[in-house]
Every structure is written in C-alpha cells, then in structure tokens.
Design a protein around this ligand. Sequence first.
Ligand SMILES: NC(=O)N[C@H]1NC(=O)NC1=O
Ligand SMILES: [Zn+2]
Ligand SMILES: [Zn+2]
Length: 470
Amino acid sequence: MEALSPACDTRFIFGLLLRPKPFRVEVKNGKIVSIVKEEERLWSSKLGQVIDYGDAVVMPGLIDVHAHLDDPGRTEWEGFPSGTKAAAAGGITTLVDMPLNSFPSTVSRDTLKLKIKSAENRIHVDVGFWGGLVPENAFNHSALEDLLNAGALGLKSFMCPSGIDDFPMTNISHIKEGLSILAKFRRPLLVHSEIQKDLESPLGLEEDGANDPRSYSTYLKTRPPSMEEAAIRELLTVSKDTRIGGPLVGAHLHIVHLSDSSSSLNLIKEAKRGGDSLTVETCPHYLAFSAEEIKDGDTRFKCAPPIRDAVNREKLWEAVMEGHIDMLSSDHSPTEPKLKLLEEGNFLKAWGGISSLQFVLPVTWSYGRKYGVTLEQLALWWSERPAKLAGQELKGSIAVGNYADIVVWEPEVEFNLNDEYPVYLKHPGISAYMGSKLYGRVSATFVRGNLVYKEKNHATAACGVPILAI
Ligand SMILES: NC(=O)N[C@H]1NC(=O)NC1=O
Ligand SMILES: [Zn+2]
Ligand SMILES: [Zn+2]
C-alpha cells in the first residue's frame, strides 16, 4: 500500500499512525473506519499494513473551493491533469473548479456536462464544480434549476467585468434572483465583490509619467478598497434576507478573496453579527505579500482585488486569527506566460491572476507561524469550513465514516522554490512564489484511500472523481 499503485483501488485496508501517538486511523474501502489507540487494535488482525510516517503530521487533505482549471477550452493555461497533479503534490485532495476561464463557461446543464466529461479519468484529486450566475440565466429559473440539478455545488458571479467575454457581470437584481433559486437547493452563491464605478474608463488613469504602467502603485490606484466596499454594501442589502424568518432563508452568500481588511471587513462582521448567512474567504497571496514589496514590472503579482499595503495585510491576518474570515482558498488563476506580459511588465494590461495551487499549505504555514497559527486552525480554514461551504459532509476532517482524504506533511522541513523544485503547474514561471523559501514539505497525499502522491511522484492512474451535488 505504501507504494503508489498503478491503478485506483480503494479496497485496501490500512492504518496510519496519528500524532500524537499512539492514535491510529484505520482505512477500509476508501473511508475511515476507526480511530483507535494503538493498544486497542480493533482492526489490526485485518489491516494490510500500518504506515508510520514518523514525526510527520497527518491532517485532513485540503479542500480548495476556488480554483480555475481552465478545462476544457483553455488547457494551454492549465488543465485538469496538470492542475490536479499540482494539487495532489500540495496536499489538496478536493478542488472546486470555477465556472470561468474554461471555454465555454459553466453556465448551463450542457456546459457542466462538458466539464464533467473533460474531467473523467483525467483528475488526480476529486473535483467539484461551481456553476456561473450570469445575466443570461439569472432570470431563467428552469435554466438555473437544470444547472443545479446537473450537480453544480452552487453558483458564482462577478459584480465587475470578469476579464472573460462569455462570463458577463451580474448586478444586484440578478444576484437576488439567483439566490431565490439557490435557497431551494440550499447551495451557496459565491461572489467576486468589486464594483467598478466608472465603467466608461475602467482604469480611470492616464498612462502618463505620473502613472507608469510598470509601477504596481499605478495598478493599485485602479482598484481601491472602495470598490470592494461598494460591492459588499450592495450584497448586504440582500444577504439580510437570508436571516431566519427572511424571504431568502436557505440561501447563503460567500464573499470570495477579500483583500480589504478595513471598511469591507467591518461591514461583513456587522452582517454576520446580525445573523446573515454569510461567509468570507481570503487567499494566501493577500496574507503573504504586500504592495510595497512588489517590484516594477513584476506582473506575476497582479490579481484582483489587488494585494494591498503591509498594514492591510496585518489586519487581514488579525481577522483570520480572530475568526472573522472563515476560510482560505487559492484563487489559482493561471494563464499562458505571454499574457502575463512579463517582459513588458505592464500592470494595466497583463492577465490578473495568481498561480499558487501547489504551494498554499506551505505558504499559509510559513507566513502564519509568526502569528502562532496552529495545525488545528490550518485544518479549520483549509478543510473543515471549505467542506461545509461545498456541501461535502463526508470530507473536511479525519473522522469515522469520512473519506480517507489525507495529507502527510513535515512542517519543519524547509525548501526553496527554485528551478530544481518539482512544480507540477503547467507554467511554474508565472507563479509569484517561485524563488521563495518555505516551510512545510508535503510527503504523501491520499484521496479516498488511494495514495495519489508520494515523495515527488504521482500515481500513474488518475484516481480523483468528479463530485456532483445530489
Ligand atoms: N477571471 C479570473 O480568473 N479572474 C481572477 N483573477 C484574479 O486575479 N481575480 C479574479 O477574480
Ligand atoms: Zn474573483
Ligand atoms: Zn477566481
């Protein structure tokens, strides 16, 4: 069992020693059947093998609810095989794929079927799918119901241009209408929460001497915190209807990739206190980097909303540590290197998106250590809460009855993300993390009891399965 198997087979029975010893998690048919003290040995006579990873940490596999895998249609950007291999190498056992950046966008039953077909036998970890809420389907109840009945785990929409032609933005009326359908299905709406006030001149800047497009501060001026705040203010006018007794009870709003830790966060805190069914995520890049450090022309760091200053980052960490931010996600949004305009270094024209999928665990851990982040918090932000958002009751924790989705990693092992490091992303060179020194090496990843990754190697068979809502 300890060897990578050439085929996917969940019939194995095996045990893993847990820290602190002498606890042991026992796996049968891809699920956790018992967590016992070593001396109790419930299954021991039947166990194929008990694997001891020494001092390594055995944790629930990570669940990344926000990844753009770009498959089908833009596989030159990423794709299911490369993206899920990177995930497995990073300890992620479940991904939820965003409905845009692939082509076509996942906005109907038929386009979701294309996704599922493209994923089959090509994914190395489990993959679920968000559907898109766009103006075209927002008022078409049967189309939305078809999309949800076909298995979309929930919906995602943009309150500003998405950068993708076949994924137009929604306004608050579309969002309200979508929520009324989602309430019946008890599935969430995820929202990219930025509003561009001046759509005629979205950049709002002249490319003159004062606004050098190679300077990060120029880009920062085009997406101030007030864009997040304005979007969130509008969203909260409908999220209040999700309170107990409200007209949208059963619906849930999830704000993706919060960057502004001031006014926007305060609004969210207040709405949560009032009982809105509301959650919020932020991403490792907002916790790791600050605007001051981004060098001229280094468009690897361009994303939306933007990475803000160091004071904002401190407050974001504070909010994560105090529990005001519910979970983390990668927002892995790669492209092909030419669209990052790395040579030209034009922040206003380059593709916005951070490539990080394989590194989110070591990044969160490395940057979180100085704030006292615990392993329990990592599991909460990266597994338990995301599982709940995606409606995956049998995932997100090491518990009897759950799928044996497990990461084994060594928090104290340091490594350099240099050219020799085995990176499985399609385009490692566009990742803002290349060149960093990180703590926390992933040594093994199990998906439903299958050892899919071990010490720089992947199982040859793609053992992940598409996850559909039922
Ligand atoms: N289309 C797309 O992936 N956009 C993402 N990129 C980014 O930086 N923020 C996003 O929402
Ligand atoms: Zn977004
Ligand atoms: Zn995204």
